[in-house]
Structures are given as C-alpha cells and as structure tokens.
Design a protein around this ligand. Structure first.
Ligand code: NG1
Ligand code: ZN
Length: 533
C-alpha cells in the first residue's frame, strides 16, 4: 500500500503551479528553476518507485540545467547501469508532474503502481546530486521530501558533475559483482580515469599546457580535483572558475557558447596564443569543445564530430595493432547535425549510423557495435566497449610485444573512458591521449577533414508538434509538401544539405543547413526557415 497520509502531507507543501505544463523531454524536466519545486518533490516519489520496480537497485537523480542560463534548472533520472531513464517512464514522469492537486497526484501514483506492477514492499534507493546553480539547494530539499514520503533511502552525492553522478549509479549497482565498474566514490572516479590516462601517456613527450574553460560551473571542482591526480602527466590551466559569482554560469563561456556562436569565450582570450589549444566544458561538464588559434590568429573549432573522428581512428589503429581487427569492429554513431565532411571522412573508414537527436538514441545505437563511438556535434559523447569486447581484451594472448602494448592501451582506454554517458573530463583526457600518441597539435588534428560551413537557426512557430520527421530526423513527413519545397531549394546549392526538426528541449523548430561556401550555408538556412515560418 502507498503511504497516502505521508505523501499527502508532503505533497501539500509542494503545490503545482497552475497553468504550467511540464514535459519530461530529452533533457528531463527543464525550465525556470523558480517553478520547479513541485516537479522535484514528485520526481523524488517517482525515483523511489522506479527503484522499487527494479528490485531496490539504486536510481540516480541529477539536478541541473546544463548549458542553459543560470536561472534555469532541471532534473533527470538515471537508470541503474548509469543510462538515461527508460522511455515508458518518461511518460509516467510527465503524467505525475502535471497532476494538478494532491488528490490527483495520489490517484496518478495509484494508477502507476497498478499498471507498472510495482511491488511496494521492495526497498527504494536513490543517489542524487546537483550542479552549482543558486536554485539547487531548495530544489534538492523538495526532492528529498519526495524520498521521505516513500521512506526511501537517499544518498546525497552533493555538488558534482552529471557524468560523475552517472558513474556513481553504475558503480553502486555493480559493487561486488564481476562487472564492478569502479569504487562508488568521487575518489574512485578520479583514480580510475587518471590511472588509465597515466598508463596511456607514460613515456610520451608531454604536450604544452591545455587551457580549460570551466563555464563557471560544477566542472570547476572536477577539474581542480583531477589536476591533483594527474601530477605531471598533463598540465591544465583552468579559466572561468567563478562558481559563486551570480550570473557567471555559462555566461559568454562554456561549450555551448563556443559551438553556437562559433567563437572563443572573450574570457579565454588572454590565454590564447597562436597554436595554443583550449577547450570548454558546459555547465554540468558533460559536453566538450576544443579550439585553437592559428598563426594568423584565426579561430578554429574542434567539435564533437572532430573528437569522434580523432578517437575512432585511434581506436581502429590500436585494435589492428593488437591483432584483433578481424574480431573487434569499431563503429560510429552520429546525428543529422554531424558535419557532412565528418560523415564522409568516417564513412570511408568505418561503419557509421545516423540516429535521432538525444543521447539515449546515440547510446543505444552504439551498444550494437563491439566498440561504439558516439558524439553529438555539440560535444556530448563517449565510447562504449561491449561486454564481449571487454572480455576479449582481458583474455586475448598477444603474440608480439607490439601487440601486447596495443592491447594494454585498449585496456587502459576502458578505464579512462566514462562509458555511462558523455563526460567532458574523461573526453578531454581521451583527446589528450590521442594527441600525445600522434604528436598532434590542434592544427594536425583539425586537418583530418575540413568542416563544411553551416548554419543553425531557431524558428518560433505556432505548433512545433505539427513537424514530424523520418529517416533519423533528416526528412519531414509533415506539414505536407514542405519537404519537397526544401528539396527544391537544397538542389540549388553546391554541397547543400538542410533539414528541419522540432526541438526536444525548447519550444522552437530548428533549421540546419550546410554548403560549400559560408554565405551559401547562411542563405540556405534562412530560405528554409522562411518556408517553415
Ligand atoms: P534539441 O533542443 O532537441 O535540438 C538539444 C541539442 C541536442 C541535445 C539535447 C539535450 C542541438 C541542435 N540540439 O536538443 O543535441 O544535446 O539538447 O541536451 O544541439
Ligand atoms: Zn550538459
């Protein structure tokens, strides 16, 4: 039986604001922090039920709005293996969040318990964390009321990054099994990542220091800590570390700023000499974008696609050098936003799949490869080694010293890479590993292929749900006739490609276009936007 009395008392402390419709989207619930109190309370109850449903396995909850402005906040559930919440429960979350009164909420809970066949006698365990947003502490308190209402066991992981929370979830749930992911603590995380990195770069000449823009967010703490673990193996220069300055978070800095504006943060300028490479994290440290200035002080961006190309090619080489190329296939997963040049570069070398936007789609598609590399152009991504691949790597008998070295490198990569979710710190160490092995500067890395000029625009429309897509969001099926008109336009541009899709995180339709010449990409984007509007 549900503890109706307790739920009801707590629920009355967290009334739902009228007139707001909440939606659990690709980024969980995300909106202004000031209206999220009831949502956080209800997510507490939901997380406890999800844990009961999964026989008391630990569920994760992250309170963050990532790269969004500081007044925004959000919340997202993490399933036991450190993955995004199962799709059916996204719907349950939306239903619970929108119940207008306490009795409605309790009724929705009773329906959920019945339809999802939840055994309420099971234990409930939840681990949770938040980013540095000022609205975080109050929202966490509301969430904790949700746990109390169901008498669930909560573990507060404090202020930490999204990927560390995912790491903790998987580590807790695999503790004591033969698939133990790592020690379930921040120290465990830093030791695992830095240990893999140090093995990989040992004996390699060290690279010049890396400037790292922490977006004035929670990544600052993680960067500060990892510096202590890295010792001399890598020199980092953190900038934008003002986590307590009001309004500073993601403001003219961070990975999303760099990717969207295709500029470096002004605050990074004093540190950027010609040839100096730098990178930016986003507000919860799960995205990473690199860049550098050339001798003519020209800015060059190395985005998620460039990271995928660098990393996938490196892993393919190692697999080959280990003598495992006939057994372990490396594949890449992208979305329609991947630059056409990156898709061409990768397709010539590896199997490549395109899936709809959203980490869960990329992650699931990557699981189908023995080694699956996935990155969104915006810098979110990771590499997955399947359980069979992991076993093969552990049991393979190398026949030469060169094979043995390559095999050890692959094993160290499985330590260095956070396989639960995209992780800016882990991805940064991964990039630095490849650069060190190849003796690449940003310039050589950048020259793997030349990005096609592109333009992304937002269009505010009456009803974005009227836009339906197919073929991994690359084509519109409705509104009727629109795709044919887009096709007609695209044909007129050299190297033209364009697609339209509704955003999953904002009430807008996005239009993407690329072409061989920048002015043409801009022109195509605005003309297609004109058709949509
Ligand atoms: P939407 O708003 O659905 O385009 C955005 C990003 C995604 C992904 C999600 C989740 C773009 C064009 N879209 O999705 O890649 O990161 O947010 O945060 O960057
Ligand atoms: Zn993020």
């Amino acid at each position: 039986q549900l503890p109706i009395e307790a739920i009801s008392q707590f629920s009355d402390l967290h009334p739902k604001p009228g007139h707001i419709r909440f939606q659990y989207g690709t980024a969980g619930f995300r909106t202004l922090g000031s209206v999220l109190d009831s949502v956080l309370f209800r997510v507490g109850v939901l997380a406890a039920l999800r844990s009961k449903k999964l026989d008391g396995k630990t569920i994760g909850v992250m309170v963050t709005a990532s790269h969004n402005p500081e007044p925004d906040n959000g919340v997202k559930l993490v399933d036991p293996r450190g993955e995004m919440l199962e799709a059916a429960w996204e719907t349950h979350a939306t239903v619970l969040a929108n119940a207008s009164t306490t009795p409605d909420f309790i009724e929705a809970l009773e329906t959920l318990v019945k339809t999802a066949k939840i055994d309420l006698s099971k234990p409930a365990r939840v681990v949770y964390a938040r980013d540095t947003r000022p609205s975080g502490p109050a929202l966490v308190a509301a969430f904790e009321d949700g746990l109390k209402a169901l008498d669930a066991e909560g573990r507060n992981a404090g202020v930490t990054t999204t990927p560390i929370l995912h790491y903790l979830v998987r580590s807790i749930n695999t503790k004591g099994t033969k698939h133990e992911y790592g020690d379930d603590s921040e120290e465990g995380y830093f030791t695992k990542l830095s240990g893999g990195f140090k093995k990989l770069v040992s004996g390699k000449p060290s690279l010049p220091p890396l400037v790292i823009d922490c977006a004035n967010g929670v990544g600052t703490d993680a960067v500060t800590k990892i510096i202590g673990y890295l010792g001399d193996s890598l020199k980092l220069i953190p900038v934008n570390t003002a986590t307590t300055t009001p309004g500073a978070l993601n403001n003219a800095c961070g990975a999303d700023f760099v990717k969207t504006s295709q500029k470096f943060p002004p605050s990074v300028a004093p540190h950027l000499k010609a040839g100096q490479r730098a990178c930016s994290l986003d507000g919860d440290a799960d995205r990473l974008i690199y860049y550098y200035l050339d001798e003519r002080s020209q800015f060059h961006m190395l985005d998620g696609d460039k990271i995928a190309a660098l990393v996938a090619a490196f892993i393919v080489e190692l697999v080959k050098a280990a003598g495992l190329d006939s057994e372990i296939q490396v594949g890449v997963v992208q979305t329609a936003y991947a630059n056409g040049s990156s898709t061409k570069y990768l397709t010539e070398r590896l199997p490549v799949r395109c899936v709809p936007t959203g980490v869960k789609h990329l992650h699931h598609a990557a699981e189908h490869f023995p080694v699956g590399v996935y990155f969104e152009a915006n810098g979110h991504g990771t590499v997955l080694f399947s359980p069979e691949t992991q076993e093969k790597l552990e049991s393979h008998e190398p026949s030469t010293p060169a094979q043995s070295t390559a095999l050890n490198h692959l094993l160290s990569l499985t330590q260095l890479i956070n396989q639960t979710v995209g992780d800016a710190i882990s991805d940064m160490l991964l990039v630095e590993t490849v650069l060190a092995h190849k003796s690449y500067s940003g310039i050589e890395w950048d020259s793997l292929y030349v990005d096609l000029p592109n333009r992304l625009v937002k269009v505010i429309v009456v009803d974005r749900h009227a836009f339906k897509t197919e073929d991994a969001e690359r084509r519109l099926v409705s509104p009727k006739g629109l795709q044919a008109r887009i096709d007609d336009l695209v044909k007129r541009y050299d190297g033209g490609r364009s697609f339209v899709r509704p955003s999953g995180t904002e009430d807008v339709v996005r239009v993407y276009a690329e072409a061989v010449i920048k002015s043409q990409a801009d022109d195509l984007a605005f003309r297609v936007a004109g058709l949509v509007y």
